[in-house]
Design a protein around this ligand. Structure first.
Ligand code: HEC
Ligand code: HEC
Length: 174
């Protein structure tokens, strides 16, 4: 019994220097000033917007953008673009038990809702078979259909629609 205690005590003592070294080296590392960005807020020439915002500063949150829910159809940029959702979809549940979208857009429900029916492609499985109900691969509507907000795009976009590309090719107007 005594020898066991002795061994345990020795093991503990042996551990202390290792722990001390660990702690000390941690302190040394933390003491070194960590240069994140220079006075101009850049690191290696790249602008770091957070450089002058220590985590203790309260930065006011950006205003959230308003959803566009005017019920107006948006023009599609190409023929098989999933049309954008022109109405609110907040809290619309889509899971194993219920698909809120289908309560209006399914073939059976459009008389009551006056919503446009899903097109036939939504009833076709991957082999092109038209099924009686919505195909599994079209069940999660918001995988493809999205609402819009009044936010401005962060990245500029030079997308041109098919007609204007054709116009270019023929030397016509944009
Ligand atoms: C309460 C009924 C209702 C529900 C629920 C509903 N919609 Fe709609 N949806 C409509 C109606 C009505 C329109 C026609 C435009 C309008 O009135 O907003 C429409 C329009 C659309 C359009 C535009 C179609 C086009 O040709 O431009 C899309 C896409 C759409 N809905 C997708 C969805 C999705 C996805 C969901 C679920 C997240 C959903 N809707 C839930 C009623 C509904
Ligand atoms: C895999 C992508 C995808 C999914 C998932 C999907 N859609 Fe679509 N949807 C499309 C595309 C692409 C179009 C336009 C071409 C077409 O009709 O196939 C479309 C068209 C529509 C239209 C317009 C139909 C018309 O004739 O004007 C409605 C309404 C619609 N979808 C609703 C829904 C609803 C509701 C769901 C969920 C049950 C859903 N979609 C799931 C891609 C998708």
């Amino acid at each position: 019994m005594k020898t066991r205690f002795l061994i345990a005590a020795l093991a503990l003592l042996a551990g202390i220097p290792a722990m001390t070294i660990g702690v000390t080296s941690g302190v040394v590392a933390a003491d070194k000033p960590v240069v994140i960005a220079d006075a101009t807020g850049t690191v290696g020439g790249i602008k770091v917007p957070s450089a002058n915002h220590p985590i203790t500063t309260d930065v006011p949150a950006e205003a959230t953008h308003r959803e566009i829910t005017d019920d107006q159809k948006r023009v599609r940029n190409y023929a098989d673009q999933p049309p954008l959702i022109p109405h609110a979809i907040r809290d619309y549940q889509i899971d194993l038990n219920i698909n809120k979208c289908l309560t209006c857009h399914d073939r059976r429900n459009t008389a009551g809702s006056q919503a446009p029916m899903l097109s036939v492609t939504h009833f076709q499985d991957r082999d092109g078979q038209t099924l009686g109900t919505v195909a599994a691969r079209r069940y999660f509507c918001t995988q493809c259909h999205v609402p819009q907000t009044d936010a401005q795009p962060i990245v500029p976009n030079s997308f041109q629609d098919f007609d204007s590309v054709l116009g270019h090719a023929q030397g016509g107007q944009k």
